[in-house]
Write a protein that binds this ligand. Structure first.
Ligand SMILES: NC(=O)c1ccc[n+]([C@@H]2O[C@H](COP(=O)([O-])OP(=O)(O)OC[C@H]3O[C@@H](n4cnc5c(N)ncnc54)[C@H](OP(=O)(O)O)[C@@H]3O)[C@@H](O)[C@H]2O)c1
Length: 263
């Protein structure tokens, strides 16, 4: 059956792959971007809507323009790095506006229609870093943990109405996000050496990561499941590292994450 989907951040990377996959199978797809006139590679079957998650009124306008939505994929996000001591609070607040509050608001605007129609799927695109916190990524880790928290708790509220809420945590995915990451480090930072080491490893992992299409396949698996699980993870050897996370002491997992990033 053809559904109507709204995929945020559909101009590149994971969002473009999800929007393309949903459109290719015949769903009506709205994809968002901050500037629809500048989408480099518009996808067939995807209608682009303007959405700037840093602007609360844009969220209201986007939801009104999309109308009734059966599948909401909250994918758009900012990737941010920096030692906690040196992250400007304006940057942290913007990150939470973009990655958390606006995604929550969009979900609030879309959910009532799903509940009344007794069908809906809401996918939060989180990050494996929320399950495996990494130094110098505290704001990003916290934003992805927050969005997962909203999703995990809301599941029981709307589940009885046929609405499945889930989080998909990608690992390292080769989308070029490393070139768009915001980075905050003081010129005379005592953390500069370690920070550069971590960033170089992070960027190398991303470049060597799996394709956005594989994440899109996981998102579609979640969407198509009659009862989506609370959490899906894909990339960065997810099945192995989540198994280790269940078996090993927390400090051992911390060391494992640090080592993977040269720390
Ligand atoms: N790539 C990875 O390794 C990885 C790993 C874990 C999690 N993730 C998460 O997966 C999601 C997609 O990442 P990606 O790698 O596909 O990144 P990407 O290629 O940089 O795409 C990000 C998308 O978000 C949109 N966006 C950025 N800031 C926005 C804002 N303020 N308001 C509205 N839209 C905004 C961009 O659209 P416009 O620029 O056109 O507005 C773009 O379509 C993100 O939430 C990211 O945190 C990625």
């Amino acid at each position: 059956m053809s559904r109507t989907a709204l995929v945020t951040g559909a101009s590149s990377g994971i969002g473009a792959a999800v929007a393309g996959a949903l459109a290719a199978r015949g769903d009506k797809v709205y994809g968002t971007t901050r500037d629809p006139s500048r989408v480099a590679d518009p996808l067939p079957g995807v209608e682009y809507l303007r959405l700037d998650l840093s602007d609360p009124s844009s969220v209201e306008e986007c939801a009104a323009a999309a109308g009734g939505v059966d599948i909401l994929v909250n994918n758009a996000g900012e990737s941010q790095s920096g030692p906690i001591e040196e992250l400007p609070m304006e940057a942290v607040e913007r990150l939470f506006r973009v990655n958390v509050f606006s995604a929550v608001r969009l979900t609030q605007l879309i959910l009532p229609g799903m509940r009344v129609r007794r069908y809906g799927r809401v996918v939060m695109v989180g990050s494996m870093l929320a399950s495996f916190p990494l130094a110098y990524r505290s704001s990003y880790v916290a934003s992805k943990a927050a969005i997962k928290g909203f999703a995990s708790a809301a599941r029981r509220e709307v589940g009885p109405y046929g609405v499945g809420v889930t989080t998909v945590e990608p690992g390292s995915i080769s989308t070029g996000i490393g070139t768009r990451r915001t980075s905050y480090i003081a010129e005379d930072s005592p953390f500069a050496g370690e920070y550069r080491t971590m960033l170089a490893a992070l960027n190398a992992n991303e470049v060597n990561g799996i394709s956005a299409d594989r994440v899109a396949a996981t998102v579609l698996k979640a969407v198509d499941s009659p009862r989506p699980r609370p959490l899906y993870a894909v990339g960065s050897n997810a099945p192995v590292v989540f198994a280790l996370r269940r078996l090993l002491p927390r400090t051992a997992v911390e060391r494992m994450v640090s080592r993977r990033h040269g720390l």
